[in-house]
Write a protein that binds this ligand. Structure first.
Ligand SMILES: Nc1nc2c(c(=O)[nH]1)N[C@H]1C(S)=C(S)[C@@H](COP(=O)(O)OP(=O)(O)OC[C@H]3O[C@@H](n4cnc5c(=O)[nH]c(N)nc54)[C@H](O)[C@@H]3O)O[C@H]1N2
Ligand SMILES: Nc1nc2c(c(=O)[nH]1)N[C@H]1C(S)=C(S)[C@@H](COP(=O)(O)OP(=O)(O)OC[C@H]3O[C@@H](n4cnc5c(=O)[nH]c(N)nc54)[C@H](O)[C@@H]3O)O[C@H]1N2
Ligand code: SF4
Ligand SMILES: [Mo]
Length: 733
């Protein structure tokens, strides 16, 4: 038999940025991935991780069959269909005895990127009548949707990063994380060439900070204080947009009172930035025409995350930095309808206290969903409402949830744990069943994800109406029994006699309207992946069947292209709130906390989180690309701190928090603020496994306690800026 080689167009799925690519396929196997050079939006980019991703499909450790846990704790292959039948039976018995709320779903990062699996998971839970759906979003940047609810939304949205003339980026590093526009490095260069001012707040001189006009190298966890300081200066110097505020907002006086104490002197004392820098950013930002403020995971995880996001929105509103009447529109829906570009405000809505509450710590459902950081407690807390079954879709709680100790206790306690995961992850080790899914190029995928991200991450959206939809480009390896993630929920529903329904994706419909439009699936008929996408995108502005013709994407000539923001409707009364009472109270607390934290206590260092270039959370961690530079997650520290402590790079240190201790390997990083340790999450092993810090790294989640120092609204605990101490572990250098 001769060899065959072909090249198919599509896009990489090794991270959420979905870069358009040419996939080389040899004898039916994906063998190479190269960027599409002349793509108008991505400008020919693929990272090393993406280029290596064809190998992920075939690497050792990828499961080609689902697994069932045996009496001795080992896993043995089982036919997927049989496994799903057994899982259904266990769910049936448990629901009969304890009610539907005893079953919970956790959608992790790989589940969230995969819209059909996310959508079918939610639909399954609704049909089962269990409200207990959790996700990685609630331990990521949960302050974003909550703040947006409290502040209200501007229908026409904000400028895209390509349109904006000032960026204020707080604890986000698009050049590595790809949480930013397509091909972030290219976008940063374009912005510099256009003369866009870039302001960065980060304890670390990040890849983006190196290109910044002003880099505020601030102490971690003080972002709300800095934002309040910027607002203070802007109000004191009357640089705000009074006529915009008069016409479209409420709460200015409350805001003014609340930021009164955040004088430049106060901010400088507690954050480490200089007066000159603070004034430069306040003046530069406020006098720009269309500035955007955007924050990332760091400050969202460093306490007062909801407040910090709220102040980002408030700062934009204060300066009238939303798309205004007559401006070129910033975003178009191609696969998902966006709200009409009208220069008017939608009133705030409640941020928390929505529907089903959990039992622990009086926490409620928020605009971001149920608090994932309380899920372990909900499994451990006996009595009515205890969670006994967990379906974990494309996530790895043992590596990624805060509070690894409590997570392990909870995971071990479950009556049934099902993981949908291509490998036996650290969590899947405890699973009763591991369902082997199709991965990456074996699945159908579209760029609808970005269009949905527009609501919370508008700075990731391109200005042009670009979209792509790709069928599966390769088949799973021969002889395998792997299934589509979404079909797990479909088949489970079928076994349980449930009827699943799928809501079309759109920002146009309120929940009641979306419910009316949902399609009830005929559970007796098998569905194809294509039909799944057709159902989800039934109302798309450009028909799915048209977008499908462009697997590596295209800029579509949608009717809105090139149009302008429309004026506010006559008599419209919607107003944004920039003085929300709860947020102003939290701002006073943040001021108080700032004063305490500079006093210093027994834990004199702050451990902050970061992302590493070649590794996506815990995904494909055993592939050589994930460890080509670092086999472990170094504990980066400023050389001055190393000198003070008598450490040299390569030393093994104990890093101790109030909760516990891990061992890290020291590395010097000039650009890091002294007193700060920068270390990536989702490394290391399970707590009771023998771990070599030089081979596997250490799990920073072990240092975190879910039940203290958490955001009172979203419940996200302090996952960055964790107070720690450091000591040499002798003899391991
Ligand atoms: N201390 C600290 N903790 C953090 C963070 C931090 O910055 N600091 N970050 C937080 C953030 S932002 C997030 S999003 C969470 C992530 O939390 P999780 O999503 O729970 O963790 P991941 O490591 O992303 O797990 C992804 C899993 O998906 C599997 N997988 C890979 N490909 C596929 C696929 O195609 N299909 C399926 N079904 N599974 C697949 C992988 O093997 C892996 O087990 O971690 C959070 N935890
Ligand atoms: N290569 C790669 N890409 C990824 C991921 C990955 O693991 N690897 N993970 C993906 C996921 S799940 C997500 S959510 C996104 C996240 O995307 P980003 O939010 O861009 O994540 P990071 O690159 O970790 O950038 C966070 C920054 O916050 C800073 N920081 C930490 N604490 C503080 C603080 O208190 N204040 C301020 N101002 N800054 C602080 C850190 O120094 C760091 O530069 O990335 C995604 N992309
Ligand atoms: S940034 Fe890298 S991993 Fe992410 S989609 Fe692009 S090529 Fe793939
Ligand atoms: Mo994330």
């Amino acid at each position: 038999m001769g060899e065959s080689f072909e090249v198919k167009d599509g896009f990489c799925r090794a991270c959420q940025r979905f870069c358009p690519i040419h996939l080389g396929i040899k004898d039916g196997k994906a063998v190479s991935l190269k960027p599409v050079k002349d793509n108008p939006i991505y400008h020919g980019f693929a990272c090393a991780k993406g280029r290596a991703s064809p190998e992920f499909h075939y690497m050792e450790g990828r499961m080609l069959h689902s697994m069932k846990r045996q009496a001795d704790g080992s896993h043995a292959p089982i036919a997927s269909n049989l496994a799903i039948g057994e899982i259904a039976e266990k769910i049936r018995q448990t629901v009969e005895r304890y009610g539907p709320s005893s079953v919970a779903l956790y959608t992790g990062s790989s589940g969230a990127i995969n819209l059909p699996s996310w959508s079918f998971g939610e639909s399954f839970m609704a049909a089962l009548k269990s409200p207990m759906t959790f996700g990685s979003a609630q331990i990521d940047q949960p302050g974003k949707p909550i703040a947006l609810a409290l502040h209200g939304r501007w229908l026409a949205g904000q400028a895209s990063l390509d349109q904006a003339d000032a960026w204020l980026a707080i604890g986000i590093n698009p050049a590595i994380s790809m949480m930013g526009p397509p091909n972030p490095a290219h976008a940063i260069n374009r912005a510099k060439k256009r003369g866009t001012k870039i302001y960065v707040v980060d304890p670390r001189r990040t890849e983006m900070a190196r290109q910044a006009d002003v880099f505020l190298q601030a102490r971690p966890g003080q972002d709300a204080v800095i934002l309040a300081g910027l607002i203070h200066v802007i109000l004191a110097e009357t640089l705000h947009d009074q006529s915009f505020l008069d016409a479209n907002t409420q709460g200015l006086e409350n805001l003014r009172r609340s930021v009164a104490g955040f004088t430049p002197a106060f901010v400088v004392q507690h954050t480490g930035v200089s007066v000159a820098q603070l004034l430069a950013v306040a003046r530069g930002y406020a006098t720009s025409k269309s500035g955007v403020v955007f924050a990332g995971t760091g400050p969202n995880m460093s306490s007062h995350g909801t407040l910090m996001e709220y102040l980002c929105l408030t700062l934009m509103t204060l300066c009238g930095h939303w798309r205004r009447e007559g401006d070129e529109i910033a975003a178009h829906g191609v696969l998902v309808h966006l709200p009409p570009p009208i220069a008017q405000a939608i009133d705030p809505t409640p941020g928390w206290g929505l529907g089903q509450a959990v039992r622990s710590r009086n926490l409620t459902k928020t605009a971001c969903g149920l608090p994932t950081s309380a899920l372990a407690e909900e499994i451990l807390l006996p009595g009515d409402g205890q969670i006994r079954i967990l379906i974990c879709n494309g996530g790895n709680p043992m590596m990624a949830w805060p509070d690894q100790m409590r997570t392990q206790e909870a995971i071990k306690k479950l009556d049934l744990l099902v993981c949908i995961d291509p490998v036996i992850s650290e969590t899947a080790k405890y699973a009763h069943y591991v369902i082997a899914p199709k991965v990456q190029q074996e699945t159908w995928q579209t760029s609808a994800l970005f269009e949905l991200m527009w609501a919370w991450f508008p700075f990731t959206y391109p200005t042009e109406p670009f979209a792509m939809a790709s069928s599966s480009l390769v088949d799973p390896p021969q002889g395998s029994d792997v299934i589509d993630d979404w079909s797990f929920f479909f088949m489970l529903g079928r076994h349980l006699g449930l009827s699943l329904s799928i809501q079309p994706m759109s920002f146009l419909f309120d929940p009641a309207e979306a419910k009316k439009r949902e399609k009830v699936l005929d559970m007796t008929l098998d569905l194809s992946f294509e039909e799944v996408w057709e159902t989800m995108l039934v109302d798309s502005p450009v028909p799915f069947s048209e977008v499908r013709k462009y697997p590596a994407g295209k800029v579509f000539d949608v009717p809105m292209r090139g149009s302008r923001v429309r004026p506010k409707a006559a008599g419209w009364e919607g107003r944004l709130n920039i003085g929300n009472v709860d947020m102003m109270d939290d701002l006073l607390r943040a001021g108080g906390d700032a004063q305490c934290s500079s006093v210093g206590d027994e834990f004199s260092y702050k451990l902050i989180s970061r992302r590493m270039k070649d590794r996506y959370n815990s995904c494909w961690r055993h592939h050589e690309i994930s460890v080509r530079k670092w086999a472990y997650n170094p504990a980066f520290m400023n050389p001055r701190d190393l000198d003070d402590l008598g450490l040299i790079p390569g030393d093994v240190i104990e890093i101790r928090s109030r909760r516990g201790a891990i061992t890290g390997v020291v590395e010097a990083e000039e650009g890091l603020l002294p007193g700060v340790i920068s270390m990536a999450h989702a490394w290391g092993q399970n707590p009771d496994e023998k771990s070599d810090p030089l081979k596997m790294g250490a799990n920073t989640g072990f240092l975190i306690d879910n039940s203290v120092d958490y955001d009172p609204y979203s419940a996200i605990p302090q996952m960055s800026s964790i107070p720690v101490n450091v000591a040499l572990v002798p003899g391991l250098r």
